[in-house]
Design a binder for this molecule. Structure first.
Ligand SMILES: CC(C)(COP(=O)(O)OP(=O)(O)OC[C@H]1O[C@@H](n2cnc3c(N)ncnc32)[C@H](O)[C@@H]1OP(=O)(O)O)[C@@H](O)C(=O)NCCC(=O)NCCS
Length: 345
């Protein structure tokens, strides 16, 4: 394996970013917080009642971790006010009533939802990044960010990608030893503009996290118009339109399509099918037409190809937020904290 993860951990340590972990009730999160502080990976803010955390984790040393109890913290009213103002006029889809009737309602809500509390700390600029999801669903982890952090300038879609690290040894089709696949986990059936956003964000992740110069391929079952599904799903015209939009919105980005996977990675096929393309035959960032293709694709690379999949890494937020898998280990949490620190640069 290329030492991508090692590089991420080393770079993060030098940045000293402050990452909030709202799940103080989870023993793995508490242990990871302790290790991040001890190893100098990041400054950690852990949410929860310090007494309860200490009682539940008697052997964990939290020296250097900033444990904040939202119930007593002096800034809770300030955070609730930020939430109330950010969501004023929004209607709760289930009840039909305003999401928050007043600041008191917002206070009551964030004291039940520490991920939202952490998102408000991030919005207020009191921390640099947020990592959650060890004991909450993806939807409940991302929704606070979608509602209050919103998207980065020029991007309208929060998406995700995997950094795929090649197994040891020469890899004819991936000389960098690392690739980026997006979006395999968040947007189910993205339209052309959303695909363009995913491409631009995935290129940014390729630079910041994978440490490669991105060459982005928009994937399809068709190469440069060789196939056509106009009568059925319109994915070929969608990927063609997405390619044009990405080129227009990020003129410096090396992006092209639509390509079949072999035309994107195999020089001999790329030359034959798209001789004038800078991307064909040597792509290292791969954008899938929908979550089905993306999710299946990264799992094939993982299981048949022996690739290590780092992620899903969230991208496109105005400030970094990442979702853990509920089966995560302490080491996984540390890696996601480091990735989040790099995104906060
Ligand atoms: C991402 C996800 C959680 C959002 O679901 P949701 O909370 O029901 O979203 P809503 O439609 O209610 O939108 C909430 C807000 O987020 C915004 N939003 C939703 N998806 C967004 C996206 N991809 N990018 C930017 N904004 C988005 C909406 O515009 C809305 O904003 P508003 O409330 O200010 O008007 C949902 O798309 C999802 O569950 N995706 C699949 C995730 C999954 O299960 N993956 C498998 C794990 S591998």
């Amino acid at each position: 394996m290329a030492n991508v993860l090692e590089n991420i951990l080393t770079t993060a340590s030098a940045l000293k970013k402050n990452v909030v972990l709202p799940e103080g009730e989870d023993a793995r999160v508490v242990k990871a917080a302790s290790l991040c502080a001890k190893e100098g990976l990041a400054k950690i803010t852990l949410l929860g009642d310090p007494e309860q955390i200490a009682k539940a984790n008697p052997d964990v040393d939290l020296t250097g971790v900033d444990v904040i109890n939202p119930v007593t913290y002096e800034k809770t009213v300030e955070y609730a006010t930020i939430l109330f103002k950010a969501r004023e006029g929004k209607i709760n889809k289930k009840t039909g009533a305003p999401e928050y009737a007043d600041v008191d309602a917002a206070i009551a809500s964030i004291l039940k939802d520490y991920t939202m509390y952490a998102a408000l700390m991030l919005k207020a600029g009191d921390v640099d990044g947020l990592v959650s999801g060890a004991c909450h669903s993806t939807a409940n982890t991302l929704r606070p960010g979608l509602q209050v952090i919103k998207t980065a300038p020029g991007i309208n879609t929060v998406s995700s990608c995997f950094v795929m690290v090649a197994p040891e040894g020469e890899n004819k089709y991936n000389p960098d030893g690392v690739a980026v696949f997006g979006d395999c986990a968040i947007n189910i059936e993205p339209d052309a503009q959303q695909i363009a956003d995913i491409a631009i964000s995935s290129a940014e992740t390729a630079r910041k996290i994978a440490g490669i110069q991105p060459r982005v391929a928009m994937l399809s079952f068709s190469t440069k118009g060789s196939g056509n599904d106009d009568k059925f799903f319109q994915t070929v015209p969608k990927m063609q339109k997405a390619t044009a939009l990405a080129k227009e919105q990020a003129p410096d980005l090396i992006v092209d399509g639509e390509f079949q996977f072999d035309a994107a990675v195999a020089p001999e096929v790329g030359k034959l099918k798209a001789p004038d393309s800078k991307v064909a035959g040597n792509a290292n960032v791969f954008i899938f037409p929908n979550i089905n293709a993306g999710n299946i694709g990264y799992k094939i690379a993982q299981r048949f190809g022996g690739y290590m999949a780092l992620g899903p890494i969230c991208q496109g937020f105005a400030k970094p937020i990442n979702d853990l898998s509920r089966g995560c280990s302490v080491e996984d949490i540390k890696a996601v904290v480091a990735i989040t620190a790099l995104q906060a640069q």
